[in-house]
Design a protein around this ligand. Structure first.
Ligand SMILES: NC(=O)c1ccc[n+]([C@@H]2O[C@H](COP(=O)([O-])OP(=O)(O)OC[C@H]3O[C@@H](n4cnc5c(N)ncnc54)[C@H](OP(=O)(O)O)[C@@H]3O)[C@@H](O)[C@H]2O)c1
Length: 278
């Protein structure tokens, strides 16, 4: 299943996450995921696995044109020249001549975000990138970016799960025709909170599904792209087996009640990693 981005391009509703997937594992995970039906892979320069992701796509039986591939510009690359160089290096590591989506990984200052954005717009003009977006951006970062952007951001990838539902951010993004992408859909290291959750397990039982499948389905029904990470073949399959059931309005509401505004990742206005030297 696909969602549509504001530029008319499709984005598959479920993508394979690859953060902390080691090189050997990620190659096999990409092959497994493409075989299981995934058509969307999410990586980033800082994950250190672009080479293996690219090799996995190239060695699979799925044509590159059928795969939606995302990477992200890291925090140490927040100038126009550095970002431009990084895009070229990502293309080479990923063994492709275009990227479907490139994101600014974390917001820097408004000026730096605008400078990186210009490099990304240039890369769109040059045919190197199809869509551009942001990640970990709060509303004020997006408002500032929109005041100078020539090409509007297509997506914002943020932490989003049962305990951090981002309902107001999603309303804002809907108003700007930007797609929300959910990272850490299972709360990352705190996945136990998902696996042990009573509500998710009860709902799952009534559909013959697991707690993680309920989460992916819940995100999809909210119009949010889900990016579950796994390097375990059975889990890769499990997380994608979500297209044959539907959550009722009551079930969606029960999950909505699990929101606690609880972050597992840093609050984006207080991130220092990669910015120390700038
Ligand atoms: N933009 C950003 O700043 C940012 C930040 C974080 C993440 N992301 C993206 O979002 C993706 C997902 O986030 P995440 O990797 O932090 O966490 P996540 O997808 O919420 O959780 C991944 C963890 O859950 C385990 N898992 C996956 N499916 C499972 C299942 N069905 N049953 C039991 N355990 C399961 C995985 O183990 P195994 O792998 O061992 O199976 C792994 O330990 C990342 O990989 C990355 O692509 C982006």
């Amino acid at each position: 299943m696909n969602f549509t981005l504001q530029n008319g391009r499709n984005i598959p509703a479920v993508g394979l996450g690859t953060w902390r997937a080691k090189q050997d594992d990620v190659y096999k995970a990409v092959l497994k995921a493409l075989d299981a039906g995934y058509r969307h892979v999410d990586t980033a320069v800082i994950y250190g696995n672009e080479e293996e992701v690219g090799r996995g796509i190239a060695d699979s039986s799925v044509p590159r044109t059928d795969v939606f591939l995302t990477t992200k510009i890291w925090n140490t690359m927040h100038t126009r020249d550095a970002a431009a160089q990084q895009i070229d290096e990502s293309l080479s590591r990923l063994k492709t001549d275009y990227l479907d989506l490139v994101l600014i990984h974390w917001p820097g200052s408004y000026e730096r975000n605008a400078a990186v954005w210009t490099a990304m717009e240039d890369a769109v003009d040059a045919g190197k990138i199809r869509s551009i977006g942001v990640s970990n951006f709060l509303i004020h970062h997006i408002d500032a970016l929109l005041s100078t952007a020539r090409i509007r951001p297509a997506a914002n990838q943020v932490e989003c799960h049962i305990n951090l539902q981002n309902t107001r951010l999603q309303q804002y993004l809907d108003g700007k025709d930007m797609r929300l992408e959910a990272y850490a859909p299972f709360k990352s290291d705190r996945i136990k909170d998902v696996l042990d959750n009573k509500t998710l397990n009860e709902i799952g039982r009534s559909h013959g599904k697991t707690a993680t499948q309920v989460v992916v389905r819940w995100l999809m029904q909210r119009g949010i792209v889900a990016l579950p990470k796994s390097v375990t073949p059975s889990r890769i399959e499990e997380n994608f087996d979500v297209f044959d059931f539907e959550l009722t309005d009551d079930e969606m509401l029960a999950i909505r009640k699990l929101n606690k505004g609880e972050r597992t990742f840093p609050e984006p206005d207080n991130v220092d990693f990669g910015f120390e030297h700038l």
